[in-house]
Write a protein that binds this ligand. Structure first.
Ligand code: NAD
Ligand code: MG
Length: 401
C-alpha cells in the first residue's frame, strides 16, 4: 500500500501562527507534563482543552485547576468521584473509563490531539480523533506499530496530518520540509544505545529495573525507558518510520550515537544527507509539532559546538540486544507481526518492572509469542485487536502475570 504523506507538509510560514486548543491524552505522563510546560510558556498560542490520566487523580486535578480545560478523563473508575467533586464545580466536564477517552476524543472542544498515552491503550482514542478530523501530534509510537496501515489510510482519507513528536521522527520530518517531491534514499535513525550500551549478555542477565530506568540523556516514562535500554524502542521506531514516511524496511538504518545530538538524518538520492540537531529536550519536538509549520521562540539551553565532546557513531549490537533483531524481523514480515511483537513486549516490560522476569527473559517471551501466534498478512482493524488480545494472553501465560 502506498501513502501520500506529502499533504502533511506545508511551507506556508508567512501566515501568522494559528491559536490551537490542544487535547492532551496522557497529561500526567512525561510527554503530557512537557506539553503543559510548552503551553504555559505560550498562552497566546496554545491552550489545554482536554486532559486525561490513567489513575493519577491528584496531578490531573492540579493540572485542570491551572489550565481550566473543557473536559478531563480519569480512566480509573475508582478515582472518578474524587475528580468529579474537585472539577465539576469549576464547569469542567469529567468522564471516566476507556469509553470516556473515546467520547472525549470526538468532542469539538479541541483542534489537535497530543497523543501521549503509553502503549496499545492510545490506539482507540487516536482513531476517534482522526475520524473526527483532528490533527495528531503523535508521541504514542505503539499506535503505528500496531496498526500503521489502518491509521495512515484513515488519516489520508480524512485529510488529517500526523505530525511526529518522537524526536527521531520529528528530526526526519523537519529534514523533509521543503523536499516534497524528492525521493528518500534512506533514513538514518540515531539511538543513544541506552544505559547498557557496550554491555554483553553476562552483564545484562543481572540488571534490574532501577538500572534500566536510568536513561543517560532523556527523562521519560518507565516503559519507554526500559524499551530504550533493550533497544526495543529503536525497533518500534523503525516500524513507526516505515508508516510515517512510507518507506521500505531496507531504507531504514539504525546507528548508535550515544551523545543524542543528531536526532536523525535523511539521505536523498543525490547522496546529500540532512540532519536535525540540538540538545536532547523533548519540549522541542513537542512545540514543533504543535506550532508546525512555524518555529517559535523558547528559552531552552543552546548547543555549543566548541564545548561539546566528539560525536560518535557505531552499528547496533543486535546479537546482544536481540529485541532489536526481533523488531526487525516483525518489520520485514509485516502483517500482524508488529502488533504481536508490541503486545508481547508490553507484557514482558510489565513483568520486568514487577521483578517477575529478568532483562534477557523479556526477549524469550517476545520471541516465543511471535513464534506461536497465527500470522495474518493483511489484517483488518478487528483482527489487529484480536491479535493483540491473543498475544497478550499467550505472553501472560509465560510470565504468570
Ligand atoms: P508515561 O508513562 O510517563 O505517561 C503515560 C501517560 O499515559 C500517563 O498520563 C498515564 O496516566 C497514561 N496512561 C497510561 N496507561 C494508560 C491506559 N491504559 N489508558 C489510558 N491512559 C494511560 O509515558 P511517556 O514517557 O510520557 O510516553 C508516552 C508515549 O510517548 C509512549 O508511547 C512513548 O513511547 C512516547 N514517547 C515518549 C517520549 C518521552 O520522552 N517520554 C519520547 C518519545 C516518545
Ligand atoms: Mg525516540
Amino acid at each position: 500500500m502506498e501513502f501520500d504523506f506529502s499533504y502533511s507538509f506545508t511551507d506556508e510560514t508567512s501566515a501568522p501562527v494559528l491559536f490551537k486548543r490542544i487535547g492532551i491524552f496522557g497529561s500526567t505522563g512525561s510527554i503530557g507534563k512537557q506539553t503543559l510546560e510548552v503551553i504555559r510558556a505560550n498562552p497566546n498560542l496554545f491552550s489545554a482543552a482536554i486532559l486525561t490520566a490513567q489513575s493519577n487523580a491528584e496531578l490531573l486535578i492540579e493540572q485542570a485547576l491551572e489550565f481550566l480545560p473543557a473536559a478531563v478523563v480519569i480512566v480509573d473508575p475508582a478515582k472518578y468521584a474524587t475528580v468529579h467533586q474537585a472539577l465539576h464545580p469549576k464547569g469542567i466536564q469529567v468522564l471516566s473509563g476507556e469509553k470516556g477517552l473515546e467520547e472525549v476524543a470526538l468532542m469539538p472542544c479541541y483542534d489537535m490531539m497530543m497523543a501521549g498515552i503509553v502503549g496499545f491503550a492510545g490506539l482507540k482514542p487516536t482513531l476517534k480523533a482522526i475520524e473526527s478530523g483532528r490533527h495528531i501530534a503523535l508521541a504514542n509510537k505503539e499506535t503505528l506499530v500496531v496498526a500503521g496501515d489502518v491509521v495512515m489510510s484513515l488519516a489520508q482519507e480524512k485529510g488529517v496530518s500526523i505530525i511526529p513528536v518522537d524526536s527521531e521522527h520529528s528530526a526526519i520530518f523537519q529534514c523533509l520540509v521543503g523536499e516534497r517531491n524528492n525521493p528518500i534514499e534512506k533514513i538514518i535513525l540515531t539511538a543513544s544505545g541506552g544505559p547498557f550500551v557496550g554491555r554483553k549478555p553476562n552483564y545484562l542477565v543481572n540488571v534490574k529495573r532501577e538500572h534500566a530506568i536510568q536513561h543517560p540523556n532523556w527523562s521519560m516514562g518507565a516503559k519507554i525507558s526500559i524499551d530504550s535500554a533493550s533497544l526495543m524502542n529503536k525497533g518500534l521506531e523503525m516500524i513507526e518510520a516505515k508508516w510515517l514516511f512510507d518507506l521500505q524496511p531496507s531504507q531504514i538504518e539504525v546507528v548508535i550515537h550515544p551523545q543524542s545530538i543528531i536526532h536523525s538524518m535523511v539521505q536523498f538520492r543525490d547522496n546529500s544527507i540532512k540532519a536535525q540537531m540540538g540538545l536532547p529536550d523533548m519540549k522541542l519536538p513537542i512545540q514543533y509539532a504543535m506550532a508546525y509549520p512555524h518555529r517559535i521562540d523558547n528559552e531552552f539551553p543552546r548547543f555549543n559546538f566548541t564545548k561539546s565532546a566528539t560525536l560518535s557513531f557505531d552499528p547496533p549490537d543486535i546479537k546482544t540486544f536481540r529485541n532489536l533483531a526481533l523488531a526487525i524481523r516483525a518489520l520485514n514480515q509485516g502483517g500482524n507481526m508488529p502488533c504481536i511483537l508490541n503486545a508481547a513486549n508490553e507484557l514482558a516490560v510489565y513483568g520486568f518492572i514487577k521483578n517477575r522476569l529478568g532483562f534477557l527473559d523479556m526477549t524469550e517471551v517476545i520471541e516465543r509469542t511471535m513464534n506461536n501466534m497465527p500470522f495474518i498478512e493483511h489484517p483488518t482493524l478487528e483482527e489487529y485487536f484480536e491479535s493483540d488480545g491473543e498475544a497478550r494472553n499467550f505472553a501472560a501465560s509465560l510470565i504468570n502475570v
